[in-house]
Design a protein around this ligand. Structure first.
Ligand code: GLN
Length: 491
């Protein structure tokens, strides 16, 4: 991996170094002999570096505590190399909505790296670190991983504590990982995927035990799969090939499917009919939650405060308006207006409630195609530490699939100039998430695998397609390990 050009170093903001153990008093207990070098997306709290969310609103915020995932990494002796740039508060797809300026793609500096975990993807692609922490609400790890050709894991919702992740849309927000290789990805995931009483949505020990029990019953270990994947059933969802999909999105998927087929896996066409409504529902729900979450940055209780003129001092409304108009960028303001509108009495039923219904339909679609039942639909017995034998789980579906595969994005990384000049509407950025939001709405594990495109496709797709588009592997809730194993087969 080549070293990162100087412009990308500037995109990591700030890139201060620290020695981790001295400050935490932690003892490294990682099983590996190497020290993991980790970059942290700047919406994840660190007590030793500012946490700005790439927003003027938090330009001088120094958190008094570390996020749980950061504490766990420090305790395991990881070396945190710095904080990474992002689309403000995680809202964006290209890495251009930041008070620190845009991020460039180390694979091709004229292109965007994808967002919102733009700096994390660039740091990994540029070889600055083994792993970068990112956050994924609707695709913000997978899209930049696809554009920047690195591994990107959005784990099952609730496996990694969100304590210390600054909220964008809590019901969708997930901390995840971008990495150059599977071993660093697995090691880091193993360290931070722990229960945490500080996050009420973090899966408790009983649910984790139940999952371990179920996954151990099945022979989906990496070495077993490498020896022959004849038991594996791979779903190919018909609805994941929208009109916007470019040629360089299809060929990597074909390649991945042929690898799995040659190992003996069965390829199964599946249908997820609610997919076509998922993107609209996501933007209503995410914006509605954002409008509530970001209400706290009023310049009085929290955040940067705009200077006021003499006559404005006693005017609270003017104080809020002036501060919030200057503290947030254009994209965040657009989301706040959209989200506030969706929650008004007039629009609530038609927008917010409809979007919640679509979310249930998307979940139901996915639950009905996976062979494994969703353990979250059947809460385990909290009075027993034994794996639950008595849960009336739906019998596993013989006709079901273990994972689905689909292109991660509708095309390769766009040119930075095109994005900056505003060629295309804001909707063009939203459409980039069309394939990633269903897994977010359903809280499922999803992994981007970089797959190079071949020369024919490059010729067909035109300039800029060298990077190609990644392939996503999505599994049932809690089957993250199997998603990683299937991903590693095609890597
Ligand atoms: N691009 C999407 C959005 O702007 C996804 C963001 C994310 O996953 N944080 O909402």
């Amino acid at each position: 991996m080549g070293s990162c050009p100087p412009a990308h170093r500037r995109s990591i903001s700030p890139l201060s170094r620290r020695t981790t153990r001295a400050q935490t008093g932690g003892t490294p207990s990682s099983p590996s002999t190497r020290t993991l070098t980790i970059a942290v997306k700047d919406n994840i709290c660190t007590s030793f570096l500012p946490t700005t969310c790439s927003s003027r609103a938090l330009s001088s915020f120094h958190p008094p505590y570390d996020a749980t995932c950061v504490s766990l990494l420090l305790t395991h002796g990881a070396h945190i190399i710095g904080k990474t740039n992002l689309d403000e508060f995680g809202m964006g797809s290209f890495g251009v909505h930041s008070v620190h300026g845009p991020v460039r793609n180390p694979r091709d500096r004229e292109r965007v790296p994808g967002g919102s975990s733009s700096g994390s993807a660039a740091a990994v692609a540029g070889g600055l670190c083994d792993v970068a922490l990112g956050s994924d609400t609707g695709g913000s790890i997978r899209l930049p991983a696809s554009y920047s050709q690195v591994l990107g894991l959005k784990p099952s919702y609730g496996l990694i504590s969100r304590y210390g992740l600054i909220s964008y849309a809590d019901s969708l927000d997930t901390i995840g990982l971008l990495a150059r290789d599977f071993s660093a990805l697995r090691e880091t995931f193993g360290i931070i995927a722990k229960e945490d009483e500080k996050d009420a949505t973090c899966a408790p020990a009983e649910v984790r035990a139940e999952m371990r029990h179920r996954t151990e019953e099945r022979a989906y270990g990496l070495s077993e799969l490498k020896a022959g994947a004849s038991g594996l059933r791979i779903g190919i969802p018909a609805e994941y090939f929208p009109a916007e999909l470019g040629p360089c999105s299809i060929q990597p998927l074909r390649h991945a499917l042929s690898v799995l087929h040659s190992l003996g896996a069965t390829l199964v066409p599946v249908s997820l009919p609610a997919t076509k409504y998922a993107l609209s529902a996501y933007y209503v729900l995410a914006s509605a939650e954002a409008s509530s979450n970001l209400a706290r940055y009023d310049g009085v209780r929290y955040g940067w405060r705009a200077p006021l003129e003499e006559g404005e001092r006693g005017d609270t409304a003017a104080r809020y308006a002036k501060t919030r108009s200057a503290a947030f960028g254009e994209e965040v303001q657009r989301r706040l207006l959209l989200g506030t509108y969706a929650l008004t009495a007039d629009a609530f039923d038609n927008y917010y409630l409809q979007a919640q219904k679509v979310r249930q339909m998307v979940k139901h679609d996915l639950d009905s195609i996976f062979r494994a039942p969703n353990v979250l639909n059947f809460p385990p017995n909290v009075n027993s530490s034994e794996p639950s034998q008595c849960i009336p789980l739906r019998p596993e579906l013989d006709s079901g699939v273990d994972v689905i595969l689909h292109p991660t994005a509708i095309g390769p990384a766009p040119l930075l100039e095109d994005v900056r000049e505003g060629r295309g509407s804001p909707l063009d950025a939203y459409v980039q998430d069309v394939l990633s939001v269903p897994a977010s709405l359903a809280g499922l594990p999803a992994l981007n695998i970089p797959v190079p495109v071949n020369a024919d496709v490059r010729a067909e797709g035109g300039e800029g397609t060298e990077g190609g588009v990644g392939v996503s592997v999505v599994g049932q809730w809690g089957w993250d390990e199997m998603v990683l194993n299937v991903g590693e087969l095609i890597y």
